[in-house]
Every structure is written in structure tokens, then in C-alpha cells.
Design a protein around this ligand. Structure first.
Ligand code: DX5
Ligand code: ZN
Length: 215
């Protein structure tokens, strides 16, 4: 069964507690937290005080996606927010291997994310060290964008790399996920689907999460 990680970027921030309670009741496997710094991506979302508040009421593991430059600076803060997965961008880390080790030493699962134009081949020498590959299927920074179809090819390449190396990394896809793109991703071997706009703009977000899980 495919796992689902709804992104709170599309939640109603004026009613964040209510929306987290909805995710707690739902079949969601994780809660996806998008942190943006206005430098690595053009948008600013929220930071650690908000994450801490979420972690106090969240009943699902936090799947934290840092769209920030030099994320190694914040390993301890992310850990202190009770995060299960800390994902950093390969484009934002000069010393990726070191950052991955720091994340794991802090007791979290280490994820590495690739922007749409970043080739999967760059994962070759880190794939056996990491717990998760996060393929961006939109350019990061905003919810509600259109799915970039080249992601399907990159997903197949990532699956082949994992099989060839014996890595146990999961593959997560982020951006433009709905039932149509989700079905293609499930077929191509995705493990986890992130969905923001599709879940939170639905009339019934809980049912929408359940439908994604059954793809
Ligand atoms: C984009 C974020 C995504 C985003 C996905 O920069 O990383 O997690 O919230 O949003 P949707 O599902 O709306 O494309
Ligand atoms: Zn994300």
C-alpha cells in the first residue's frame, strides 16, 4: 500500500490545530512539513516555533522537508521538534555526506531531495547512506503547481539505482500529486506521496487521503 504524507503548507494557518486534528484522524502515514527560507526558494513558509506547536498535537510522524540553504545548521532544532524524517536538498548542501551523518546521529531518518532539473545520477555515492529520496515533481516554493511528467522517468531511475545498490531508501514524490498523477507514480514504484493542495482543497480531505492510499 502506498503511503501518504499530506503537506500542511496548504492547511488553513488560522485553524492549524483543527487541520492537524483532521490529519490525526485520517489514514495519513506522516505529516509533511515544508520549511522555506526565502533564499533557497522564493517563498517563506514557517519555522521552528510553528513546527514545535504542530509536534505537540501531531499523532503522526513528522516528515520535515527543508527548502533552505545550508540545512546542516539546524539539525538539532529539527530534532527538537520531534521530527522522524529530516530531508535536505542536494542543491543546498556543499557537504552532503556530513549532513546525512549528522541527521542520523541525531536519531532521525535522513532524506535527500532533488529539484526537477537535478539528475538522479548525483545520488550514486549517497544512496546507500540515506533512508529516503524525495523527488520534487514541481519547482519547490509553492503548493498547487502542475506535476512535471519527467518525474516518472526519474522515479524509475531512482528505483533502478536502489535495486542495483541494495539501498533501503524509500522514494517520496512531492508536488502536483492528485489521483491521476498519483496512479502513475504508484505504478512506477513510489513509496510515499506528498499531497498539499489536493488534500486541503478537497470537500472531504480525510476521504481524499484514503483514496490516495488505495492507489
Ligand atoms: C512545494 C512543497 C510541497 C507542496 C506540495 O515546494 O515542497 O510539499 O506543499 O504541494 P501540492 O501538493 O499542492 O503540489
Ligand atoms: Zn515538500
Amino acid at each position: 500500500m502506498i503511503q501518504v504524507s499530506p503537506s500542511v503548507l496548504s492547511a488553513d494557518f488560522a485553524n492549524l490545530g483543527r487541520d492537524i486534528e483532521m490529519l490525526n484522524r485520517s489514514e495519513a502515514d506522516y505529516i509533511h512539513i515544508d520549511v522555506m527560507d526565502g533564499v533557497f526558494v522564493p517563498n517563506i513558509s514557517f519555522g521552528f516555533p510553528v513546527m514545535k506547536a504542530i509536534s505537540k498535537i501531531a499523532a503522526k510522524p513528522l516528515d520535515v522537508h527543508l527548502m533552505i540553504t545550508d540545512p546542516a545548521r539546524y539539525v538539532n532544532e529539527v530534532k527538537d521538534c520531534g521530527s522522524e524524517i529530516m530531508t535536505v536538498h542536494i542543491e543546498a548542501c556543499t557537504h552532503l555526506h556530513r549532513v546525512v551523518q549528522q541527521i542520523k546521529q541525531a536519531g532521525m531518518k535522513a532524506g535527500v531531495s532533488l529539484n526537477p532539473a537535478t539528475p538522479v545520477s548525483l545520488l550514486a555515492d549517497i544512496i546507500t547512506d540515506i533512508d529516503l529520496v524525495l523527488l520534487m515533481s514541481v519547482n519547490p516554493g509553492f503548493g498547487g503547481q502542475k506535476f512535471i511528467t519527467n518525474t516518472i522517468k526519474k522515479l524509475r531511475e531512482t528505483r533502478a539505482l536502489i535495486e542495483a545498490t541494495g539501498s533501503s531508501a524509500l522514494i517520496e514524490i512531492d508536488g502536483g500529486v492528485n489521483l491521476a498523477t498519483g496512479a502513475q507514480l504508484a505504478e512506477a514504484g513510489a513509496d510515499i506521496l506528498v499531497a498539499g493542495n489536493f488534500v486541503f482543497s478537497a470537500d472531504n480531505p480525510e476521504d481524499t487521503i484514503a483514496s490516495l492510499r488505495r492507489l
